[in-house]
Design a protein around this ligand. Structure first.
Ligand code: GRG
Length: 332
């Protein structure tokens, strides 16, 4: 009987998810802390994810010949992912009631505990990464990459662009309604400044010129969602001891995947009537059809870059194929 590559891929993804879930459960339930309530809220928030970013860390590490265990970094990036979702759901941000199919952390534990559980997951991420027994210089570089991708130059910066400039959350709280082309716009210089100070050109390839609102939305997607995927692939390469050009290409591949991932999420959200009217998204800016084309282009670019890193059989390349087929109905 012939091998079915899709089945193999899904099995591999599922086995990575399970391994990360189990390690996460151990890391949090075994965390020595005298305040059970915060540990309970952290465990609650950390459960139920697809673990895509952690899986990319582990598989990229292995594919690039990494020796040893990259699990602490897979956990770290998933803890950061969980914290970002907990904070994103807070009333001062996206004000969401549900997450991962059940009440959001702050709906179960209260708003203050939501803030604190997010804080505790973010800090535990770095504590966990620091337990890695990989070569110390790679661990330090990995921790730096993690902080960079998650922070002001990366995901947090993207969230700021998404929220808008108001200190009290207005105008445009959680709507992106401040982006160029909308009422109450932040200036293009402010948006460009966010990219410049992030030093993102080197890590992410060329940035949009931001001459219209769609470019600003693209930048927001790249920072808010792309950066953590970029970081996942970079981490796998850094920890495996890959040369600089491979680390950079792997990062770009992760970024391309994350960018497509966010476009597809917004298209799906809109088709389910889930996106609030004021939310600024690429499909709204350029049409669903053009946004689908852009997502397909980004997924193909992801695959090309991964192939240049060593092989189309890397999990990230197969993930790109899977999204092309399952979300866009396109052949790889
Ligand atoms: C609060 C600093 C801070 C950042 C939040 C990424 C983000 C920034 C917010 C998430 C908003 C959101 C739901 C965007 C849609 C795309 C996306 C990143 C979905 C969540 O990622 P998945 O589907 O989630 O990988 P799981 O639950 O599988 O981990």
């Amino acid at each position: 009987m012939g091998v079915c590559p899709l089945d193999d891929f899904l099995r591999e993804l599922e086995s990575l998810r399970k391994a990360i879930d189990e390690a996460m459960e151990r890391a949090i339930s075994g965390y020595p802390c005298d305040v059970p309530l915060i540990r309970e809220a952290m465990a609650y928030a950390s459960e139920g994810g697809k673990r895509l970013r952690g899986a990319i860390v582990l598989s990229t590490f292995e594919s690039l010949g990494g020796r040893g265990d990259a699990t602490p970094f897979a956990l770290a990036i998933e803890m950061i992912q969980a914290y970002s979702l907990v904070h994103d759901d807070l009333p001062c941000m996206d004000d969401a009631e549900m997450r991962r199919g059940r009440p959001a952390c702050h709906r179960k534990y209260g708003e203050a505990m939501g803030v604190l559980a997010g804080d505790a997951l973010l800090t535990l991420a770095f504590e966990t990464a620091a337990t890695s027994d990989l070569p110390p210089y790679r661990v330090v570089e990995g921790i730096r990459a993690l902080a960079y991708g998650a922070g002001a130059a990366g995901m947090v910066g993207g969230q700021v662009l998404d929220l808008g400039p108001g200190t009290d959350g207005s105008p445009g709280s959680a709507s992106g309604a401040h982006l160029p082309g909308a009422e109450g716009s932040v200036t293009e210089a402010q948006v460009l400044g966010a990219a410049e100070t992030g030093g993102t050109r080197e890590a992410s390839g060329s940035w949009p010129s931001l001459n219209d609102g769609a470019d600003a939305v693209r930048l927001m997607y790249r920072l808010k969602t792309g950066k953590l995927f970029e970081t996942a692939a970079r981490l796998g390469a850094i920890l495996a001891g890959a040369p600089g050009d491979i680390v950079r290409k792997a990062g770009e591949a992760g970024m391309s995947f994350g960018f497509a991932f966010q476009i597809l999420d917004d298209i799906e959200d809109a088709s389910q009537g889930g996106a609030e009217d004021q939310k600024d998204t690429l499909p709204k800016r350029i049409s669903v059809e053009k946004a689908r084309e852009e997502a397909a282009e980004a997924l193909r670019r992801c695959k090309k870059l991964v192939t240049e890193c060593g092989g189309p059989d890397f999990l990230l390349a197969r993930l790109a194929d899977y999204y092309l087929a399952s979300k866009l109905g396109l052949a790889p």
